[in-house]
Ligand binder design. Structure first.
Ligand code: IP8
Length: 266
């Protein structure tokens, strides 16, 4: 039994899938991340993964995020959840075969949102799993929504909620860049990586980048950060590292020095 504060690990969908493909999992990356998680051997861990080329194309095809407008979308809601369970199955395969007591918890079965924001969470099972030393594994999912009928719940909103709910020790975000840059690292010539940011520095960067041409991708990153701000405000630090590169997630889980961006309250 454990009452220690959990670490929350988010693995981005763009790391574990090929976003240019459809239903294209990167099983070798999933395996390596399972190996790093096993090596870190944390006593109290929650894992959340994103949708990548599984959840996003299907959700987009049927307009799931915008809610129920037409009965024909219902099969799309079912399909979006289903493809997420398929990706989750691959993640679970790797974790369990690496001897990690990982246990899959479908967000759609314990979370209801209101206009896309988490409204209700049945967390009895989660609490008990944590207390017993299991590693709950959740993911971005198609969920029921009190106002919209249904919508898409991002893994990042879930991470922020869980971190605050369970007073997490830290959040590790595994993405496919080295961290948070002052410009889109995939487009800019000499982007500068922020090694450490306080919340007020993060606020300033957001304004600075507001009108930049890189708004889309960087906006995605900043959108991610915006979701995490309430957790940082509560004193929970966030480490953003490149999960596509070996050992970065391991080092971040262990609290070792690693290339990436740390965001702290002050
Ligand atoms: O990749 C979205 O989760 P995310 C999941 O964490 C779906 O934003 C169903 C698109």
């Amino acid at each position: 039994m454990s009452d220690a504060k959990p670490t929350i690990l988010k693995i981005g969908g763009s790391v574990i899938t090929d976003k240019n493909g459809e239903l294209a999992a990167r099983t070798e990356v999933i395996n390596r991340l399972a190996e790093e998680t096993q090596k870190a051997n944390l006593k109290n861990l929650i894992i959340v993964h994103g949708g990548g080329s599984f959840g996003h194309p299907t959700a987009q095809k049927y307009g799931i995020k915008e809610g129920l407008k037409d009965n024909a979308q219902k099969v799309g809601f079912a399909e979006t959840h289903h493809v997420m369970t398929v990706l989750n199955g691959l993640v679970m395969d790797a974790l369990v075969w690496h001897n990690i007591p990982a246990f899959s918890v479908a967000p759609s079965c314990c979370v209801v949102t209101e206009n896309g924001r988490i409204k209700l969470v049945e967390d009895a099972v989660l609490k008990m799993l944590l207390k017993m030393g299991f590693v709950p594994v959740l993911y971005g999912d198609a969920v029921l929504d009190e106002k919209l009928g249904f919508t898409v719940l991002s893994g990042d909103q879930l991470v922020s909620y869980l971190a605050r709910k369970f007073s997490a020790d830290k959040i590790v975000i595994g993405v496919d860049t080295d961290g948070l840059y002052d410009a889109d690292p995939k487009l800019a010539k000499n982007p500068k990586l922020y090694a450490h940011l306080t919340l007020s520095e993060l606020g300033k960067i957001r304004k600075k980048l507001g009108g930049s041409t890189a708004a889309d991708v960087t906006g995605g990153m900043l959108g991610k950060m915006a979701e995490l701000v309430p957790a940082v405000e509560q004193g929970i630090p966030v480490a953003m590292v490149n999960a596509a590169k070996p050992n970065r997630v391991y080092k971040a889980l262990m609290g070792e020095a690693v290339e990436g961006t740390v965001i702290e309250k002050e």
